[in-house]
Design a protein around this ligand. Sequence first.
Ligand code: TYC
Length: 276
Amino acid sequence: MMRFPLPPVVGFFITQLVDHNTSITSAKIKVNGVPLHYKQTGQGDHAVLLLPGMLGSSQTDFGPQLKSMNKQLFTIVAWDPRGYGHSIPPARDFPPDFFERDARDAVDLMQALKFKNFSMLGWSDGGITALIAAAKYPTLIHKLVVWGANAVVTQEDLKLYNAIRDVSKWSEKIRKQMEEMYGHEYFAKTCEAWVDGISQFADKPDGNICQHLLPHIKCPTFIIHGGKDPLVPQFHAEYLHKHIKESRLLLMPEGKHNLHLRFAEEFNRLVEDFLQ
Ligand code: TYC
């Protein structure tokens, strides 16, 4: 796998800031007409893209990975999908193909940054995006890790989605973090729009999001699931494992939905071992 140096073109980046204490760069670059924000760290030959969950961002979702993953082995990029984090404007919307649009943006971002091949770590909605990207752009993707992801929407999922529609029911801690990032109104509105957006898939045969694409995933895939995930039933991880040929499934019995944050050290070690 090759990593090419970033071209020293003036005006290539819209903004670029380096935190010299952490060696984490924050930058924006225009991709598909949208200024996408991302964080980048490390000098390794192996490029890895981190994909956040619904309403997530590099800042809110991947602190321990940006801080502690091996920077000699990996070059780590964490992105804010359009309409999330610091990739606003545009405001987030959820057309029927929003996961495909995210997948294309993610891949085009890595191409714009001159990473020819890369691996992906996708959490939840970011996992769905990563599954689609791996299936649709197989020559670009080296390895794939997903956790808290699903390929279909069931009636049980619909109930779970509706339970989080009203953001006043979210945990204080997460709500506060989200309101700091977005302000109350954008957060509340986008959460409702997300519930409507993801619920669209329940009207498709089998609640299909990307079920049909799973057989096209040819890269080694590591599926992790938290045994105590209250949002995503374990069935989804087993389903992915069954339909992705080169996959392995690991259950973290004590893990909830945010297992990569709560058990960051263990998560990082497992993922680094898999990627090497
Ligand atoms: N998919 C969401 C994410 O990206 C999490 C989520 C899953 C929320 C299931 C609600 O019922 C739900 N983090």
